[in-house]
Design a protein around this ligand. Sequence first.
Ligand code: AP5
Length: 225
Amino acid sequence: MTVVVLLGAPGAGKGTQAPVLAEQLGVPVLASGDLLRAAVAAGSPLGVEANRYMSRGQLVPDETIVRIFLQHLKGAGDADGAILDGFPRTQAQAEALDRALADHGDRVDHALYIEVPLEELVVRMASRRICSANGHVYNVATNPPRVAGRCDLDDSPLIQRPDDEESTVRARMAQQVPPLEEVADHYRTAGILTVVDGRRPIDEVAQALLAALTAGSGADPGPRR
Ligand code: AP5
């Protein structure tokens, strides 16, 4: 089982790159944001709770997201691994993930951190569009669809995410980047962190991430059980 954690501030390109890595490794993407947005759209109790935080750019409480995300990960148990997009995002989430994987003799194999300066992220979010059916990611400035307003892959209408408004984006950065740095340190200490420059064009970032997976990174964290 190969478990890859994709880290980065909001808008760094995790959702853009996760499918590329998933295809390469032949494993599914588990994205915490997509999971929460599906719950919001369904109007489930989780969705109602999560929306209170997401609409203000705040993190959903650890207890809630850990329970839901680890259930989701367990549900993907038949796969040969997974790309985790957006989870973990705090030290407590990282430790809960380590424990859940260790219960099955597994561990996080690679943590890939896509690094982009704050001001570039705010600009990116303003021109981001996602497809309403499956969340495929576009950017009207840097990665437009072939037909304006329609998804290349499923032809569904493209929409703007409600949390992409500039004030919410800035709240997301202020709230979410400091705990993310702690998560990066967690994996740096484990010797499995690779930092990739996310300012480069999408294809080049993908190549750098794939190269990091092929090369491995840092120290050997030891044998599996
Ligand atoms: P989530 O959906 O995970 O949002 P996020 O982490 O804020 O990340 P984004 O989806 O905004 O950005 P991304 O890095 O995927 O960038 P993208 O590829 O779209 O979470 C939403 C909310 O749910 C959170 O705010 C929180 O409330 C809650 N939540 C989720 N997980 C949680 C957790 N674990 N704990 C607690 N709460 C949680 O790219 C952005 C744009 O840039 C696109 O338009 C794209 O086309 C463009 N782009 C991408 N790469 C490049 C490039 N190299 N050059 C130019 N443009 C590029």
